[in-house]
Design a protein around this ligand. Structure first.
Ligand code: EPU
Length: 416
């Protein structure tokens, strides 16, 4: 297992280029199962989760030709519509093959993902929606089995905003007979990106990006070429890193319009944030002010940046609460940040952070993707050497983070 050894403190400066969005690329890869034609995706991030889903697509019979940032997927026939536990347990987003396979072959068997480091994360809302579309859904031996001769359009209202739930049902409904209306749909840019690809494949979808998405089912879909949007969470992570290290970083090839909530919070600390085209420049110097942050579905503050924000908040002046409203257990970074000298108290879904603290390097353990990123940010700001164990979590979603950080002046080594 690799670990990072980081020597701090450092003031990050320079330019970093953002990769394609992992959470947009995943549903786009799954979409390729809806057609026998080739789907070509560009701007894919070179991260472990993308490789895992690629393996799963191959396992069900698709041909996947991958070159660093691009992939061509051709699912001429589906051999077996079966997603086994071994693959699904390493990446929950594997459940995104449920919708496409159900729509394409009328029968699918996918392992239930189980809980993970950030919460229970059920998929009950995906399944209830498939039932509404006329599928027969059974849970047996840890697997979801779903069947439907042909799905039928229906009205689906999600109780909770669910990103992959919205995507999964949108994928399925493209080939259903009739109209599907998704209410309380997720408005994330990744949902919009998937809709763009599906429309290019011949799907009829309106309203992506709003809370009501209407999908008019079609008989077949065809191939398409699609460039995945930039990763707003990766961009946000470097933006927060710039502020946390009182640096000056230009974040290139990003979509500043997807980062509104973060930019507002960063400005409220006193950091300077400017955007020009696809570049976001974050600069900070001296003391910055703390203030409360609460996560919310898009366009609110992303839960995927909560841990990184907490690393920043340890160095801000004042007491502030960070409220996690999306996942019940996404505070595993807190204990590790406290080991580095942070002053954080947990009260249910609230973390009360009192700063500024003088962080010092320590040996810490990464527990999930974004918690790992938070530890990296804390290590960059801390005095002395930090060793972060289990960076395989980080590799799931950040493309060569140590190289990107080194180019900004960080002293980071990967040790195998
Ligand atoms: N939920 C249910 N039932 C469901 C689905 C969701 O109760 O059937 C609950 C969840 O337990 C959670 C809330 O609804 O409390 C929102 O979960 P959502 O379904 O939106 O999360 P997700 O689709 O599983 C995606 C991202 C996550 C990101 C969340 C929230 C992908 C592949 N994953 O997960 O990304 O945190 O949306 O924005 O798109 C990450 O990249 O680190 C990551 C965890």
């Amino acid at each position: 297992m690799d670990r990072f050894v980081i020597e701090g403190p450092v003031r990050l400066a320079g330019e970093v280029t953002v990769s394609g969005a992992k959470n947009a690329a995943l549903p786009c890869l799954a979409a390729a199962l809806l057609t026998a034609d080739a789907v070509r995706l560009e701007n894919l991030p070179d991260v472990a989760d993308i490789r895992t889903l690629g393996k799963l697509l191959q396992q069900v019979g698709a041909e996947v030709v991958r070159d660093r940032r691009c992939a061509a997927i051709e699912a001429r026939t589906i051999g077996s519509a079966d997603a086994p536990y071994d693959l699904v347990k390493t990446m929950r987003a594997s459940v995104l093959v449920l919708g496409p396979l159900l729509a394409r072959v009328g029968e699918v068997r996918v392992s239930l993902p189980g809980g993970c480091a950030i919460g229970v994360r059920p998929i009950n809302l995906h399944l209830a929606a498939f039932e509404k579309l006329g599928a027969e859904v059974r849970l047996e031996h840890g697997y979801v089995e779903a069947r439907a001769a042909r799905l039928k359009g229906a009205d689906v209202a999600f109780d909770t905003v669910t990103v992959t739930g919205t995507e999964n049902v949108m994928l399925a409904a493209t080939l259903a007979r009739g109209t599907t209306r998704l209410r309380n749909a997720a408005r994330e840019p990744e949902v919009v990106d998937l809709a763009r690809l599906l429309i290019a494949m011949g799907a009829r979808i309106e309203g992506a990006g709003t809370d009501t998405i209407v999908i008019e089912g079609v008989e077949t879909l065809h191939g398409a070429d699609h460039a995945v949007i930039p990763d707003r969470i990766e961009a946000g992570t470097y933006a927060v890193a710039a502020a946390a290290t009182r640096g000056d970083v230009r974040i290139a090839r990003c979509a500043p319009e997807h980062l509104g909530a973060l930019v507002a919070r960063l400005r409220a600390t006193g950091a300077s944030v400017e955007s020009e085209g696809d570049v976001l420049r974050v600069r900070a110097d001296g003391p910055l002010l703390s203030h409360d942050v609460a996560t919310a579905p898009y366009p609110g503050f992303p839960t995927d940046l909560q841990a990184q924000w907490m690393a920043l908040a340890t160095g801000l002046d004042g007491i502030a609460t960070i409220t996690e409203t999306i996942f019940e257990n996404r505070f595993q970074h807190v204990a590790e940040l406290v080991r580095m000298g942070a002053n954080i108290r947990l009260e249910g879904r609230w973390a009360v952070v009192e700063g500024p603290s003088r962080l010092t390097g320590a040996r810490v353990m990464a527990s999930d993707l974004r918690a790992s990123a938070a530890l990296v940010l804390a290590a960059l700001a801390a005095e002395g050497e930090t060793t972060i164990e289990r960076v395989y979590h980080l590799d799931r979603g950040y493309q060569r983070m140590e190289e990107k950080l080194r180019a900004l002046g960080a002293r980071v080594r990967r040790v195998s």
